[in-house]
Design a protein around this ligand. Structure first.
Ligand code: ADP
Length: 478
């Protein structure tokens, strides 16, 4: 493909040169010859009319002798480098500047027909076969008393015109060659601006197609080709990132599945072969149950995340009271709060606060945030859940005074399978998927979720939701 493009451009370039040559050799050559002939004819015609009006008229009126006229005409012959004739309407040559006067043997132009040259003051040819080569002949009538008494004809050889035409053509050819060489600059531009970058891009696509998505290439240009190269490079880096993420995901999934499975297998084998005595069964079966729960939770989270991504998140939006959903979700955590003596404080705006969102998914968000808040809170602490209405949005905040998140981990907590080192020790059941699901849900609503956290002091997660068009009173009336 690469060679062909270059070849095509070269062929186009040669065709351009060839046609340029043809145009100069045909059109330009003809046009120059015609123009020069016409110019020469015009100037000769002026001379011919002058002779017709002066010497020839005087000759016919017998005011001047034939010899005097002949002398004058001979001089003009030398001056104009042309042959001058004075001929009668019947075609007999009365005076010829190229030969001496010979009254005894008058020469007649065979087939002379004034009608044939009427309308054209000049002709190019052999002038009724009077010459062996082509001549330019200009004819001016001698008119006396409104009657044509004869003609003054000036013949000039075409050779001088041909020579001049060829000289001009030579200049045109030289200009053509110079232009052709100058247009080589276009070829150089094409090579540097199009051909080379295209080769780099083609090479890069070949590398990407063969799986080397980390292949780097550089096209330094700000035009469309540069933009194409940058887009391609960006696309490859995104694909590479996607591939890396995929690998990381598989590694994480395998790792997170393997550890509970190893302990389930280990404990059940130990119970079967008697290493664990029956009186300790309850303790180890509890571990086996907890590990199985963790596997179920992990599988469910993975399925949720996969559905969120593949469906492009289909939302079943409705208007609902977020305060009520908060109350309901909080109720499900009563047990675990009591265990850790955590008190949940609700600071909710209004009696009812309507938002327009997917209720089930928002409930899941609240569940994930509260689950984390309780998990990472110290015993005997408070968790505050707050709703605030601002700028046509509802902001929901879940704030704990637990272990907090280290500064360097804040950006990563949204990544799949990410757990801070602090939580790894404390939270054996966590999957590291909760927050990435939460963020996907909020983003699919076109809203945002943020975290403010200080290690050792606590964390606050705040997310926004679109406020519903209907207000509290509408809802009560319906
Ligand atoms: P997990 O299911 O493990 O909790 P998440 O995605 O919900 O996974 O959270 C990722 C990590 O973010 C947690 O392992 C924890 O380290 C940190 N984290 C999340 N919420 C809190 C919080 N309220 N306080 C402290 N750390 C938190």
């Amino acid at each position: 493909m690469k060679k062909t493009l270059y070849l095509k451009f070269l062929i186009a370039y040669l065709i351009f040169g060839f046609f340029g040559f043809i145009v100069v050799a045909t059109f330009v050559s003809n046009m120059t010859r015609n123009m020069l002939t016409q110019n020469k004819a015009e100037s000769l015609y002026t001379e011919a009319t002058l002779i017709a009006d002066t010497y020839a008229t005087d000759l016919y009126n017998s005011k001047t002798s034939l010899d005097i006229v002949k002398r004058e005409i001979d001089m003009l012959d030398v001056y104009l480098s042309s042959t001058i004739w004075i001929i009668s309407p019947s075609g007999s040559i009365i005076l010829d500047s190229s030969v001496p006067v010979d009254i005894e043997n008058p020469v007649t132009v065979e087939g002379f027909d004034p009608a044939a040259i009427a309308g054209n003051y000049y002709t190019v040819g052999k002038y009724f076969n009077s010459f062996d080569e082509e001549v330019l002949s200009v004819t001016a009538p001698i008119i006396i008393n409104y009657k044509v008494q004869g003609y003054v004809v000036i013949h000039s050889t075409m050779k001088s015109i041909e020579d001049f035409t060829n000289q001009l053509l030579n200049i045109s050819y030289i200009m053509l060659v110079i232009l052709f060489l100058l247009s080589l600059i276009i070829l150089i531009f094409f090579t540097n601006l199009v051909y080379r970058p295209l080769r780099k891009i083609t090479k890069a696509t070949e590398e990407y197609a063969s799986g080397n998505l980390h292949y780097q290439f550089q096209v330094d240009s700000g035009d469309e080709i540069g933009y194409l190269a940058a887009s391609l490079s960006y696309m490859a880096s995104e694909l590479a990132r996607g591939e890396d993420d995929q690998k990381k995901l598989v590694a994480n999934v395998s790792h997170d599945f393997r550890s509970p499975l190893t302990s389930i297998k280990g404990y059940s084998e130990a119970m079967l072969d008697g290493t664990i005595p029956p009186e300790l069964y309850e303790k180890y079966l509890t571990i086996v149950r907890d590990e199985s729960d963790r596997l179920i939770k992990l599988t469910n989270s993975l399925l949720t995340l996969n559905n969120l991504n593949t469906d492009g998140m289909i939302l079943d939006k409705s208007d609902f009271d977020i305060n009520e959903i908060i109350h309901k979700t909080v109720a499900t955590f009563e047990g675990s709060c009591r265990q850790k003596r955590i008190s949940l404080k609700l600071v909710l705006t209004g009696d009812k606060l309507f938002v327009h969102a997917d209720m089930t998914k928002i409930q899941q968000v609240l569940y994930n945030l509260l689950d984390n808040a309780i998990k990472f809170s110290h015993k005997d602490s408070d968790i505050k859940i707050e709703t605030v209405e601002k700028h046509n949005k509802v902001f929901v905040s879940v704030k704990d005074s637990g272990i907090g998140i280290p500064k360097e981990s804040i950006r990563q907590i949204w990544d799949r399978f990410y757990k801070t080192d602090l939580s790894r020790g404390k939270d054996k059941k966590g999957t590291g998927l909760g927050l990435s699901i939460t963020r996907e849900i909020i983003r699919s609503h076109g809203e945002n979720i943020n975290v403010i956290s200080t290690e050792g002091e606590g964390s606050e997660f705040i997310f926004s939701l679109p406020i519903s068009d209907i207000d509290e009173n509408d809802e009560e009336n319906t």
